[in-house]
Design a protein around this ligand. Structure first.
Ligand code: PEP
Length: 250
């Protein structure tokens, strides 16, 4: 069976001192979690986060990675650099990256390959915008994001790849897809995985829901069969809220 994974996405929040304090507060609250617990933090917080999480069940991730080994890419960070920091996960293709920083399915594909080469687990984000949704394009958009973004990967790569289904209209807005809708859409993503890769890939790939997941809706969302976890933005910034979500089944 697929092990649930609850991951925080801190976005551009928290200094090193705040990182240390938050993880010290969080660690005892999540120590008995049945799921994988991950915090994806800004690059500048990674070292502090790794140190604070040492000896706990909290894994640390980054929020992006470049595909090139090295070179003239001012402001970017390579997979090798993250590997040296012993980063476990990396978010790729978040809708904010797609919207504000020109991320495409092609760059998602290249970044995912770089992460896998460095043995870092990619959390690949997909999801439709509000416009795409009202125009009935959700499945078409997801089909393209999955087939192009994950093109060329082998069955064994999906032991590491996590997919986050994040309807863009639900991110940071307080609006959430209903648990049933999220379940149906994630079921569709699984069908695409089965068609484009193979049935066993669809079976084993962990697919999270993301988009205003919080203490109020996490139990209902996590009770759905297709939903294997959450990618949590706002609610991952408070230790109590994030711990509550991580302990959704207690
Ligand atoms: C996110 O940033 O991936 C996210 C889901 O944010 P929020 O939980 O704040 O909607």
């Amino acid at each position: 069976m697929r092990k649930a994974i609850i991951a925080g996405n801190w976005k551009m929040n928290k200094t090193m001192a705040e990182t240390k304090a938050m993880i010290a507060e969080l660690a005892p609250k999540v120590k008995d979690a049945d799921c994988d617990v991950v915090l994806c933090v800004p690059y500048t917080d990674i070292l502090a986060a790794k140190r604070a999480a040492k000896g706990t069940n909290i894994k640390i991730g980054a929020e992006n990675v470049h595909w090139a080994e090295k070179g003239a890419f001012t402001g970017e960070v390579s997979a090798e650099m993250l590997k040296e920091l012993k980063v476990d996960y990396v978010i790729i293709g978040h809708s904010e990256r797609r919207q504000y920083f020109g991320e495409t399915d092609e760059t998602v594909n290249k970044r995912t390959a770089a992460a896998l080469n460095a043995k870092i687990r990619p959390i690949v984000c997909v999801g439709e915008t509000e416009d795409e949704r009202v125009n009935g394009l959700t499945e078409k958009v997801l089909y393209r994001q999955i087939t192009e973004g994950l093109k060329g990967f082998k069955s064994k790569d999906f032991d590491k790849i996590v997919i986050a289904y994040e309807p863009v209209w639900a991110i940071g807005t307080g609006r959430t897809a209903t648990a049933t809708d999220a379940n149906v859409t994630i079921g569709y993503i699984r069908k695409v995985l089965a068609k484009k890769f193979r049935g066993s890939v669809a079976e084993k790939t962990r697919i999270q829901y993301g988009g205003s997941m919080n203490v109020k809706n996490c139990k209902e969302l996590m009770a759905e069969e297709e939903i294997d976890g959450g990618l949590i933005g706002g609610a991952s910034l408070k230790a109590d809220d994030f711990a509550y979500i991580v302990n959704y089944n207690k």
